[in-house]
Ligand binder design. Sequence first.
Ligand SMILES: [Ca+2]
Ligand SMILES: [Ca+2]
Ligand SMILES: [Ca+2]
Ligand SMILES: [Ca+2]
Length: 393
Amino acid sequence: MLEDQNNSERPEDQESQVVHHRAEQQRRLPANLVLMIVGFLVVGVAAVAVIVSGTLDDGDSSTITPPDEPPIAASVPPRPSNAPSSIDSPNPADQTTAVPDITTKSAQLSAQAQIQPTSPANEQPPMITSGRIAFVSERNGDYKIHVMNADGSEQTRLDDSSADEYVPEWSPDGSKIAYVSNPEDDFEIFVMSADGSQHTRLTNVSGNDFAPAWSPDGTRIAFQSDRDGNIEIYTMNADGSQQTRLTDDSEIDSIPVWSPDGSRIAFFSKRGGNYDIYVMNTDGSQPTRLTLSSKWDVEPDWSPDGSKIAFRSNRDGNSEIYVMNSDGSQQTRLTNDPHEDSVPVWSADGSRIAFESNRDGGHDIYVMNADGTSQTRLTTERTPDHDPAWAPN
Ligand SMILES: [Ca+2]
Ligand SMILES: [Ca+2]
Ligand SMILES: [Ca+2]
Ligand SMILES: [Ca+2]
């Protein structure tokens, strides 16, 4: 039953474009080559997900084309795709005013959060603009990692190779950037020096390996992959050795992020009937659900001090950025715009959050203070920019 409700609220309702990483949406590309590739991949993953959910086994057949799957791009470009706008709640169960599905303290907190959305005031003092942000831009016709200052200045492409690059993630010491590319038929994880040199491939397995996330000590990388039949969370050493699966659930498990103290990994999963944020130990044990809304809650990112988790949800009608305490309490909305806001990522000092939005007609990188104030656009190219990642130094 839950499944049916879910189907009715699937993000497919959304705008259609595909997305990409750490949010897919970013990767959504307006009708172009990549779109075709991504679309193909999403369909493949969706097929697997449908098959799996239907048979309750670890099916690995990927040859069926399922009718409808979540936007989540999660799938391959793992990011949940855009969120839909306000049209996607035909089912009463989907109403944001509905009582949370779980009667716990967290649920109450969640409900409370829903009735007191924060309206970002733009009266705060301007942000201090230090640090650098890596991001993916399509400005030259392909998907390449660029780096800019946190005020949007000096936007620079890192390398001139012809390989597409997605979802950059800085190593904790800032010396390397892990990313994803598709050298052959599926996505693989690579790492390069922060200056764009020395690219090294870390995965070489059939299946889409995506969304790399470094452990705080730089020795491990968590990622998602559909290599075993559906999307699961894995970890490996930073050199690609010892690839180990952490989750084993027939629903999508996507976008891992390591807690700053190294003890937990946050991710989002549909295992509870709809997309929610979970945290688990780094060996995959003790998964705990943090969000309880019947809408999707995806793309977690841990604040540098470990006290909060930013995420994306459509619980209030369209895709917005939220923040909660890392135990799931005090879920608070930071953005309030009818357009799609997604992929929140914290600055190294915890004072700001970068995110993606199409609020100004394009698909660009924005920053705001951690309380939602001073929302500022950083990229203005006509072509889409996505996957922001704040440098640690
Ligand atoms: Ca692969
Ligand atoms: Ca799974
Ligand atoms: Ca949810
Ligand atoms: Ca929005």
